[in-house]
Structure formats: structure tokens, C-alpha cells
Design a protein around this ligand. Sequence first.
Ligand code: GPU
Length: 833
Amino acid sequence: VTKKAAAKKPATKAASARKAPVTAKALQGKIIQHLRGTQGTYEEKATPQAWWRATSFAVNEFVMAGLTDTQKTHSRYDTRAVNYLSMEFLMGRLLSNNLHNLHLFDVTRAALEGLGQNLDDLLEEEPDMALGNGGLGRLAACFLDSLATMNLPAVGYGIHYEHGLFEQHFRDGRQIERPDAWREYGNPWEVCRPESAQQVKLYGYVETRYEGATPKKVWHAGRTIKAVPWDIPIVGYDGANVNILRLWESRATNFFDWDVFNAGGYVDAQAEQAQAETISKVLYPNDETDAGKELRLIQQYFFCAASVADIVRRYRRAHGDDWTSFPKLVAIQLNDTHPAIAIPELMRVLIDDYDMAWKDAWGICQQVFSYTNHTLLPEALEKWTVRLFEKVLPRHLDIIYDINHQFLTQQVDAQWPGDDAMKQHLSIIEEGHERMVRMGHLSVVGSHKVNGVAQVHSDLVRTDLFPEFHELWPEKLTNVTNGITPRRWLKACNPRLAALIDQHIDADWPLHLDKLKGLIAKADDAKFQQAFMAVKRENKVDLVAEIHRLTGIEVSPDALFDVQIKRLHEYKRQHLNLLHILALYRRLLDNPEYNMVPRVFLFGAKAAPGYHLAKDIIFAINKVAERINNDSRIGGKLKVVMLPNYRVSLAEKMIPAADVSEQISTAGKEASGTGNMKLALNGALTIGTLDGANIEIAEEAGADHCFIFGLTVDEVKALNARGYNPYDFYDHDEEIRAVLDWLDSDYFTPGQPGALASIKHSLLQGGDPYKVLADFRAYSDAQRNVDEKYRDGTAWARSAIINTATMGKFNSDRSIQDYVDRIWHLKAYPRDN
Ligand code: GPU
């Protein structure tokens, strides 16, 4: 386009920036240069890995230029920034995302084609960065994308795990875990910054020195660990800023080793090193359970101490010892309670290292910190024994006692004078057989804002989890409904749908997702319906091939694709889905004419390695699948597939092909859910309970375009209050009884009767804590409605379109704007360049 021609076009930012910043020819030159110059190979010999690396390094030139410009802008304007502290960042793959965000995707495809390479194949060479378990970690990743896109100054801080979430295999249907080695041979996206390394202290004792007017506490640490930062550039969409995700790796400190080494302790020195490096070795694979392990507490402290030190270093570089601007420039967000130890750590730094008065330091902390709660499940609410704290972080325990003392004697006593029961109830220290530090209480007391992640969840945080804190500080507890980045979860993962949308609305919808509403007008248009469902079918054809490649199972793209993808957990109720599959199978065996649309039930889920019932549910799904998929009597009407090693890159293949989205948690248990948003955005219809963000999805899409069923939060509470007895359902519902007894036979595990009995056991003798049997009939009826609606192709297409069209609210940019307005109060700084 000539300058003149360009001038005639409307000068929208999207239109101008959408042009690739480089020609295919120039990019080819860069790729070849990296292939030869940094990979040490050449075109004829290079492996796909080498091509992927060379392409990534070529793209990195654009990434790094953006990073430098952004950093200069931030320091020029001395910007207020949010520091997002999270134990998990579930980034997935970066090449495709970076190409899309830089508008380099098409030009790179063309450049590679000219070199005889296929971009889609190369993208598959990249290992997922699986530094997280599930929703909490992926939310952090989506938030980084939005922060960069919105030109907001932000740094993500986390741990540079050597091994991310385990790789899942199935052996005879059972989950086997293998270590993940995402950076075994180096990762092209990360830059080591040894110049910003920090020292982190652990163990030891606290000495009280009586020198000046007030006694001074001195922590004599028993051990010092080096924290080395690795920076991952986070590329905003459409020419926006490039922010940083800074991940800390633990190393042995050199000076510590030398003493031992020189004393002849060569082996001991190596052991010290191995111990130090254990800290960032592996991600704990427990989702929503508190491991209670010493190494986990050390991981938490390690990355919080390094991050706080880094934040303080950055501040002091511009402001020296003048702390007045600190709360104006620094916001620290705690992603759940995992980084709550950052609160006493900042207190320690200000008081011990910079001689600040308690009151001033506490004032700073309360302005700087805010905390996001992601669950109400009691087993996920972190507590550490006082004993462990005393051993690992003795100075922090002192500080926590002081925080608690001030809080109880001032705030609590003022509100509830003389009420000792209330003091005990709100205390950061839980008294009992073993005294515990309650990290949730510490987080609420130390933060100026606390948010839940969907409206119903935030309401429950106020009424059920922290009602007294809410009474004490009515302004503190708030809501920010979760969101997902439409760049990864629509534009990049579903290029066919993205292209169709581009034909009908402004191409800047990935920035302004509310513009999808423009598609509502098309929902009744037969041609558009056809085009929309044709995209869905092509995506299903692709997934069919992938299913075959991964499992050998053949499924038809003409079947209804019913998808449940999320961590395996009883509260998410994959076993409710399974019981319904068994009921369908039984109906088909009883009556081969049983009228149903052919359906493929697709699962993806990892179970925590020590969560036995979750692993039994995976085994049961695989065994039931084996039997059903090989049963010629049912005429291919029913297929069940559990894809191995569910992860971000697999989600990107499953979501575009889904017709139905399973969101069937017990009401009140799923804080928000985010997979629900991704699936609906890609045109899947939700079958779900009134839980978490499902409620808001149904509000946006309209009840006619979802299948809502089951007990509500209040009904679950009422059922618990009057006493729930699962046998009421087992005894009176013939189908429930039959499928549970079936699980307890050897029908699905020939020669091994009872191999699947633990599920039945947990639902009967175990009391069915998640009300699976109570919701079964309503679920089965809702599934009947799904089937009926799918037969009416027009009605289905219309609902699918309306789902895509109405998901604008769940753009993570909107979530971030809510954080900015309600909590962080940041200003955007587009980079100068
Ligand atoms: N969540 Br706590 C996790 O993925 N892991 C955790 O340890 C905790 C919460 C999830 C919630 O289960 C899910 O409902 C929510 O959408 C997600 O966090 C992000 O907020």
C-alpha cells in the first residue's frame, strides 16, 4: 500500500498496525541466519526442532525491540506498576501467540513455505510451558496477555520450575506420571538476568539487640540461597507493550560452598548445591489441596523474598531511601494465599533492613497488597504449623505475631469489645492441638482489597468464608469476574472462526470483544448459520484425526462432540458425566432403537498423583470407553474418549471442535471456571449448574441457549441442613442403582470384579459429598434436551452463534480493567518509539 492509498483508509489503529512489520523475504533471511548462526546447522540438514528454534529466535528480534522500548518508557515516566505474584503461570506455547500478537503469523507462514517448511508443523515442536496446574495458573497467563495488550505496566513474578506439571500417560487405562522437561535443551523465549540475582535467607534464629530506644531484631539465617531470574517477554496484541514475566531459579550460593569445599567436603558441597537447587526443581501437582510440606513453604518464601527484593531494588534505583512514593508506584497482587508470605517479608525488609517504624511499614503494606481468593474448598485454605514457621522463617513468625496482636487488640476489640471467641475466630493463629498460621486471614488483614473470581463466589466469600472480616471492613471484599484472552482462545486457536468473524465485523474484535454482539444479527441468517457450522465441522474433522493419532479410536465428525476438560476433581463431577454415559449405554443395550443423536464424549484431565479416587475415575472412564467403543451392538451411537496428557496446547485443539461444554460442578464449589468461557466463545453450548461463572455465562447468552440444571447453592445448603442420604436415590431410582451396581461388577474390567467399585463406594457409604446422585436425574433430563435441540440444526446453529456473540464480557481485558478500577488504579503507558 502506498502512503497515499493508506491515507485514504480510515486511520484506525487496528487497520494500520495489522500490517506485518517485515516482508516474507526479509524474515526468511533472519530465519536462515539463526539456523546457521545460532543453531549451527543448515537448510538441508536441519531438524524440525532446529527450524522451530531458528524461527523463534528470528521472531525474538521483534519481541526484544518491543521489550526495550517498553522498559525505556516505564523508566522515563516512573510508572506505577502492578506486580502479579503467582506460584503458577500456565503459559502453554509461545510462538504461535507471539506471531499473532505481532501480526507476523501470515508472513511467517509464507516465509517458511518458501523454505520448504510448514508453520503448523513447526508450532507442534514447541513444548508447553506447563508451569501451573489448571485454572489459577492459566488465569495468570491470560492476565499477563491483557496487561501487556492494555499497555499497563506490570511484572509477573513466579518460579522457574525445572519440571512443570507432569506428563500424563495411560497404562492399561491408569494414569502414569512422567516428569515434564520443557527446557531440557534450552528455551528460546527466556533470558537469564544474572545481574539481578538475589540472596534469600532461610532457617536460623532471631537475636534481640538492645542498642537504641527500641530493641532491634536480627535474623541470623542458617542458609542462604541464590535466586536467579529468567525473564520471559510478554507480547501485547497489536503493537502494544512487551512486559516481563520474571521467574526465579534457585542456586547454591558460591561463598557457602567454598568453606565446606576447602575443608575437604567436596561431596558435602555438592549435596548443599543439590539441596539449594531442589527449591525450584518441580511444581507441586496438587490442585486445590494444601500439601503442608516444608519444601512447598520454602518455594513460596523463596520466590516472594526474591520478588520483594527486586521490587524494592527497582524502586530504590529511582527514589533511594525516600519511601513516600512507594505505595504510589507499587501494587502487589497475591494470586491466592500462596504468596501471602510476601506481606511479612515486606514488613521485615522495611523494618529490619531500612529501619522503618512498625506503623509506617504496616501502612505501606496495607496500601500495596491485595489478594485474590480462588476457592472456598476447606482443603485448599492454606495453613502452616507454627512449628514449621519457627524452623524455616523464625523472624517472619515474630512479625506475624505482631501483626496479629495489633489486629486483635485494636480492630477486633474495637468492633467486638471483650469478645474472646471472636478474637479466636479471627486470629491469624489458629489455637488447638497443633497451632497453625492461617494464610487466608493473614492475606485479608494485610490487603486493602480482597476479591473473589465470579459474582456468586465473591458473594459467598462475603457471606460464608469471611463474614466477620466483611463486617469489619465493608469496603474490602469485592468481585472481579474472571476472563480469558480472546487472542489465544479464539483468534489463534480457531483461525477458521476468526476469519469468518472478520468477514462480518470490525477486525479489531480481539481487542474489543463486545463487538462480537454484531453477530447476533446474523444468528437467524441461514447462510451465516451454514458457514458457522461448516467451520465447526472442519474443526471437528481436524480433532478426529488428532484423536486417532493419539488413541487409535475412530470417531465421526458428524456426531455431537461433548467435551469435559479440566482437572479431575470430585467437585467437578466427571463421575456424574460417567454415570450418565453408563445410563445411555444401558438404554441402548436395552433398546437398540433408542433414539439418540450419535455422541462422542470427550474428556481431558490430569489427577493429582496422590488423589486416589480421582485416579480411579480416570481408570473407570478409560475402561468404560474401551468397552463401549468396541461394542458393535450400539451402532456407533456412543463413543467415549479420554485424551492423554491434557494441557494448554491440547485444549487449543479440543475447544474449537466442541458442540457441548460440560460445566457440572456442585453448586457453590467451582469459584469461577474459565474453560466454560473458552468453550462458549468458540460456539459450544453449556450444560451446567448454577455455579461460578456459569451463572454469568447464562445471563449473557440467555437461558434458551444453555442447558442449566441441578441444585442451586441454596438448595445444596438446605439439603445439607436437613441431612443428605444418597441411598434415597440409589433405592428409589432404578437406573441409578443399575449403573452403580454395573460399576461394581466385572463388566468393564473382565477378570477384575470390583476394580471400579471405589466410585460407587464414595457415592454411597462415602456419603456422596458432592451430591452426584441428587443431581443425576436433572442432569439426565438436561442431556435429553441437548439431544433434542441438536436434531434441530437451525435452532442449534442459532444458539451456537449467540454463544459466541455474547461472550464479550469474558475478555480478560475486561477483568483487568475491573482490577484497575477497583484495586490497582494504574495508568496505561503506550510505549514511545
Ligand atoms: N483454582 Br485455589 C485452581 O485452578 N487452583 C487452585 O489451587 C485454586 C483455584 C481455580 C478455581 O478452581 C476455578 O474455579 C477458577 O476459575 C480458577 O482458579 C481461576 O480463578
